[in-house]
Design a protein around this ligand. Structure first.
Ligand SMILES: Cc1ncc(COP(=O)(O)O)c(C=O)c1O
Length: 385
């Protein structure tokens, strides 16, 4: 499978989670769009490209089960979240209920808008090991107060790689009349995603992670009932449009002046690649490999797994707490000496995590090589306690 990707063959790439990796046929499709753009800039920007965009939005909408009118493509989840958070117009005393497992860029965005408005960002501690949904829900909802206005959480967390029960959180939040926002950066192409069933107000996902598109393709979904509260982050031709469509949401947010939106157009190519390569079966193999290797790597690190080893909490990534005082050095050594690209997160509170991605271009040998490298590091350095 690895030769279907552009990844360097000599690097054991165990960090699909950060920026994904793009298969060659999808990348070629991307470049085909870019050539079309440069061949006929005006036609592409105003007509043909817009038609491709519409087709790509339909393909994505079918894939995650929503209406294409409720989706806009954005470059990254940060953009999506900034559109939403800015428009919440938080007020002094409002509370945003979230967890202590959220992605750093989102934490920063929330802190920025909370500091400006006097609202409070309430990061409920979700303890590990995560044993059950009930445990999660109890810990999460114990942060609820009569000031809570918004709930925000990841579908799959970045540092800890855990699947959170967003369906149950959204259900209860709706009953309580709260705004629901899910950061699903890791979800599309990774775990089953059905936005129609989820019943969430705002959801962002990255296509360039587990859907394997080229970099710079993500989306913001907004339920019809909340679309009108969103002013554009970038005011451009779509505002007071000379030629308005039926959807203000599309007009306001999809057009942002001149830009190369070729990456947005590749969703159909990603889905085609998945079909042609039995991706569902391949992913099932990855999940099985994860369940086998996760405890083995944890043991090698004198550490533990941080949740039940079930599909309820785990997809194709897992994280292990590492006892090290030199995380940057550990990451660099893994790459420079052992040619293993793997993240060692040191910016998420007191615990340092090694996160392993399982993607079909990796094989058992790669995970065994990781264990061998960690063993070697333990016996030849003091990097791991
Ligand atoms: C939970 C989560 N949200 C968002 C992102 C990515 O957001 P951005 O590309 O805007 O930095 C990631 C990437 O790792 C993530 O794990």
């Amino acid at each position: 499978m690895k030769d279907k990707f552009l990844l360097r063959p000599d690097i054991n790439y165990l960090n699909h989670g950060s920026f994904g990796a793009c298969p060659i046929p999808v990348f070629e499709e991307y470049q085909r769009f870019q050539r079309m753009l440069e061949t006929e800039p005006l036609q592409f920007m105003t007509k043909t490209g817009v038609e491709y965009l519409d087709q790509s939005k339909q393909a994505l909408a079918d894939y995650i089960n929503c209406e294409k009118e409720d989706l806009i493509y954005v470059t990254n989840p940060s953009t999506a979240m900034n559109i939403v958070i800015k428009n919440l117009h938080l007020k002094q005393g409002d509370e945003v209920l979230t967890t202590n497992h959220e992605y750093g860029a989102m934490d920063r965005t929330w802190r920025y808008y909370c500091q400006k408005s006097g609202a409070k960002y309430v990061q409920q501690k979700i303890s590990t090991p995560l044993e059950s949904r009930e445990q999660f829900l109890e810990e999460f909802w114990s942060g609820l107060t009569d000031k809570t206005k918004v709930v925000f959480l990841s579908h799959i967390t970045s540092p800890t790689a855990l699947i959170f029960p967003v369906d149950e959180v959204c259900k209860r939040a709706k009953e309580l009349g709260l705004i629901t926002i899910v950061d699903g950066a890791h979800a599309p192409g990774h775990i089953p995603l059905d936005l129609n069933i989820l019943d969430v107000d705002f959801y962002t996902g990255a296509c360039h992670k587990w859907m394997c598109s080229p970099k710079g393709s993500s989306f913001l979904y907004a339920d019809k009932s909340v679309q009108d509260m969103l002013d554009p982050l970038i005011i451009s031709w779509g505002y007071e449009s000379d030629n308005p469509s039926e959807s203000q949401f599309q007009d306001y947010h999809q057009y942002q002046g001149t830009r190369d939106f070729s990456a947005f157009l590749t969703t159909p190519a990603c889905i085609k690649f998945f079909k042609e390569n039995n991706w569902e079966e391949e992913k099932a193999k990855c999940r099985a490999q994860l369940k086998h290797f996760y405890p083995l790597v944890a043991k090698e690190l004198n550490s533990t797994t941080i949740c039940q080893l079930t599909d309820e909490f785990l997809g194709q990534i897992c994280s292990i707490p590492v006892k090290t005082t030199r995380p940057v050095e550990l990451k660099e050594l893994l790459y420079n000496k052992y040619k293993i690209e793997i993240p060692v997160f040191n910016n998420v509170g007191p615990v340092i995590y090694l996160r392993i991605s399982f993607q079909p271009y990796s094989s058992e040998v790669d995970y065994i090589d990781l264990i061998t490298a960690l063993r070697d590091i333990k016996s030849t350095t003091t990097l791991i306690q």
